[in-house]
Structure formats: structure tokens, C-alpha cells
Design a protein around this ligand. Structure first.
Ligand code: ATP
Ligand code: MG
Length: 430
């Protein structure tokens, strides 16, 4: 037996039946971003490894164990992007987009992380990402969150919780970090292996631990919100009051630190109770130090990313996933002469009524099997052309969903007639 080719583990094929829901999500995001003046950017999926090492941070899951890194044929170390922000900042610097300018940008595309594949967690996954560079906030912090909230409304999604926290500045965080290390050192024996390693490198990440055994220890740890500097506290209050004004509910979560090193001040995460343990559908935060860290002049910035796989799954669970649209018309072409005429009929229909979904029967077949295909296509109307119709320059219109008699229409009147028939509300399907 021949062995069939397999896809790479953790990388999914999106089949035709799935793509309508994805397209609808991306279209809703595109429209929402446009309404706020955010512009699309498209970037390579491959970047120099150094970019992610310098931006995401050595002691993060991503850099420690999740990157797809390899040497290209010229010997350069390159990495498939695990997230979008670093590449966007890189592109802004490479192209001078931050010289006396500010940018509101969005990007959609695949990301790659070598994680253990499970429901809601894949090795190739897809994000929709939005970033505002050059804005100090907190007005823009609120705007970014409002964009996400509007997107959920547009998609008809419910049951999402907004978790909010402030990480302060690198200076205030350093003070907190010392206290945190002090606290965890006292109970070092109770820490799991990951946490012990993080204690030396990035102790805040311990708060991010998904190990239930660590929960109690973490619950007793000092709170970052008690260490905020005055300006960060004011910034955080400014964000909260804007969200209050806009009627966006949130939960302050002082344990929310986010996995990436580059965050400062505002961090947030939208979670759901519907997806099990992979409960974060959209996460983001402010990264005021990152542009300078990557060699630019300091520029404050903030962004978020949503995981398309998780949002699509949630849409499905909530009965909001867009379905693949059915055909409108199926051309049944019986006999060689009808087949030849069929191409022209199809083109004329699409010319007269752009957007009309017309499937012409391909590859012959008996009248009966063509009628079966017509039914399966979901079309409301079959246009039947056989020898008799060719001779008389007419087509037979047969409704596939309603019990109305079939009738013949002269070919030159066919487009108008079909548009009229299809525009009428369908009986029995509403
Ligand atoms: P998690 O805590 O679930 O690992 P994360 O903090 O690593 O998430 P981010 O780096 O903030 O996630 O990415 C933003 C969003 O991308 C997440 O909220 C999630 O919806 C999605 N996401 C992240 N990693 C994956 C993955 N491996 N597979 C599918 N979606 C993912
Ligand atoms: Mg992760």
C-alpha cells in the first residue's frame, strides 16, 4: 500500500467548507479597522532570528522553546514569525514610517510556534493584529479596546470578559520584581521546574503559570498594582474612565502579566468560558520601550492580536459562523449543442447581474445526474437547456426549492427574468 502524504503536525488545512467563516471574520475586522482609520500592512513571514530574540525576550516561552528557527542556504539564522508586533516595528524602522509620523496599522496572517498541538493551540495559527505607534495614551489604549469590542458586536459574539492590568514602567516594575523574587525565594521548594527557572530570569512569568499546583502560591504573591508609579497609575485610571464612559465592562486582574517581555503599562486579554483551557481569544498591551530596543528613537506604542482559530471556533459554538453561500443558478446542459451554448449563457448572466452565483454543469452527464448536481449546489433555480431549447432559442426555468410550474423563457430575456425571480423572497425558507 502506498503511504499518503501527511501535513506537518499542528498545521491545519482549511477546507472550502471552513473558509467562509474565516473570510467573514477577516471582512468584519477589515471594515472595523477602516472605520477607525487603521491601515493594512503586509509583511514577510520570515525575519532574522535576532529580531525576535531582542524584542520578545530570552526568558519567554516563545524564545525558549517555540520558535521555528533555521539557517537558510546562505547561513543566516531566520525564524518564522511567532507574532506580529516585532515585524511591524521592524518594518516601521526599515521604511522610516516613524519619522515625524505616527502609524495606526493592522495585519492578518499566519504565525508559527512549536507548541504541543491541542484544541485551540496549533503550530501554524492565524492572527489579526492591530498596532498604534507614536501614541502615548490612554486615549489610544481605550480606542484599541473599543475596536475589539466593536468587532465582537459586529460578529455577534457574546460572553467575552475583558481582563485589564497595568504593568507600570520598567523602573516601577523593577521594584516589584525584587519583591516578587523575595516572596518566591521564601517558598522556592514549592515551585515547579518552570517557575524555578523563571525566578532567575523573568519572575513575573511565574504569575503566568498554567500549572494548577502553583495557583495558591501565586495567589499569595504581592500585587503589581500596589507598585505602580504615579504616572502609570494616572494613565491606568484614564483608560478605565474612558472604558466606563463607553460602557465597556472589564475586570481588573493584577495577575495578568502577559508572556512577552516588551510590555509596559496597559495589558489586557479577552477571555471566554466556552473554549476550555485555551480561553484567551485576544490579547495585547502597551510596549513603550520596544521601538528604542530595536534601534529606533523612543516611540510609545500599543497593540493587540486575536487568534482566528479560537474566534472561529467560538463563532461556531455560538451559532454565528458564516456558512458557505449556496449557488443561485445551476445550468443543466443536455447535449453537445446545449453544452456549447452554455458557456455563453453563463457569461451573459454574470455580465448582467454581477455577484449572481452561476454554476454551469461541467463534464456532461445524464439529465438526471445533472439535476442531482443542481440540487446539491444549493441553487434556487435550474436553467435547463437541451436540443429542443437550442432549436427554439429558449431555456427552461425550474425552481428547485419551491413548488411552482417550470416555464420557458427566451434566451435574451433570461438574465432579467432570473434576477426578478431570485430577488423575490423565497417561500418556505425564511
Ligand atoms: P496562550 O496563553 O493561550 O498561550 P499567548 O499569550 O501565548 O496565548 P499571544 O502571544 O498574546 O498568546 O497571542 C494572541 C492570541 O493568539 C491569543 O490570545 C490566542 O487567541 C492566539 N494564540 C496564541 N498562540 C496560539 C496557538 N499556538 N494556536 C492558536 N492560537 C494561538
Ligand atoms: Mg502561548
Amino acid at each position: 500500500m502506498r503511504e499518503s502524504m501527511q501535513a506537518v503536525r499542528g498545521m491545519n488545512d482549511l477546507l472550502p467548507g471552513d473558509t467562509a467563516a474565516w473570510a467573514a471574520l477577516e471582512q468584519a475586522a477589515r471594515e472595523t479597522f477602516a472605520e477607525y482609520g487603521y491601515r493594512e500592512i503586509r509583511l514577510p513571514v520570515l525575519e532574522r532570528t535576532e529580531l525576535f530574540r531582542r524584542s520578545i525576550g530570552e526568558y519567554t516561552d516563545i524564545v525558549e522553546k517555540e520558535m521555528y528557527t533555521f539557517s537558510d542556504r546562505g547561513g543566516d539564522s531566520v525564524t518564522l514569525r511567532p507574532e506580529a508586533t516585532a515585524g511591524i516595528v521592524r518594518a516601521c524602522l526599515t521604511n522610516g514610517l516613524l519619522h515625524n509620523q505616527r502609524q495606526k496599522l493592522w495585519l492578518v496572517g499566519p504565525m508559527f510556534r512549536y507548541e504541543r498541538p491541542q484544541k485551540g493551540r496549533y503550530r501554524q495559527f492565524h492572527q489579526i493584529d492591530v498596532e498604534a505607534l507614536g501614541f502615548e495614551g490612554p486615549d489610544v489604549d481605550a480606542e484599541l479596546i473599543l475596536i475589539s469590542a466593536r468587532l465582537w458586536r459586529r460578529l455577534g459574539l457574546g460572553g467575552l470578559t475583558l481582563n485589564l492590568n497595568s504593568l507600570g514602567t520598567p523602573e516601577s516594575r523593577a521594584v516589584y520584581r525584587e519583591r516578587l523574587v523575595e516572596y518566591f525565594r521564601k517558598c522556592e521548594a514549592a515551585l515547579d521546574e518552570d517557575s524555578r527557572r523563571r525566578l532567575g530570569g523573568n519572575p513575573l512569568r511565574i504569575l503566568d503559570s498554567k500549572n494548577p499546583a502553583m495557583r495558591e502560591l501565586i495567589a499569595g504573591a504581592p500585587l503589581i498594582t500596589d507598585f505602580l508609579d504615579d504616572q502609570s497609575a494616572e494613565h491606568f485610571a484614564g483608560l478605565r474612565s474612558r472604558l466606563d464612559d463607553a460602557g465597556v465592562a472589564y475586570a481588573i486582574n493584577p495577575r495578568l502579566v502577559r508572556g512577552l517581555d516588551y510590555y509596559s503599562r496597559t495589558v489586557f486579554e479577552w477571555t471566554t468560558g466556552d473554549l476550555g483551557s485555551q480561553d484567551a481569544v485576544c490579547s495585547g498591551g502597551r510596549y513603550d520601550g520596544l521601538v528604542a530596543q530595536l534601534g529606533g528613537d523612543p516611540v510609545p506604542a500599543i497593540g493587540w492580536a486575536l487568534g482566528e482559530e479560537r474566534i472561529v471556533e467560538l463563532l461556531r459554538l455560538q451559532g454565528r459562523a458564516a456558512a458557505e453561500p449556496a449557488m443561485d443558478v445551476y445550468l443543466v446542459l443536455a447535449g453537445a449543442a446545449a453544452e456549447r451554448l452554455g458557456t455563453g449563457i453563463g457569461e451573459a448572466l454574470r455580465d448582467c447581474a454581477p455577484g449572481l452565483r452561476v454554476e454551469a454543469n461541467s463534464g456532461g452527464g445524464s439529465f438526471k445526474s445533472q439535476m442531482k448536481r443542481a440540487d446539491k449546489s444549493g441553487a434556487r433555480v435550474a436553467v435547463i437547456v437541451g436540443d429542443d431549447e437550442v432549436a427554439r432559442r429558449v431555456a427552461t426555468l425550474k425552481s428547485l426549492r419551491e413548488d411552482v410550474p417550470q416555464r420557458q423563457v427566451p434566451l435574451e430575456q433570461l438574465p432579467d427574468e432570473l434576477v426578478r425571480v431570485l430577488r423575490a423572497p423565497e417561500r418556505g425558507r425564511e
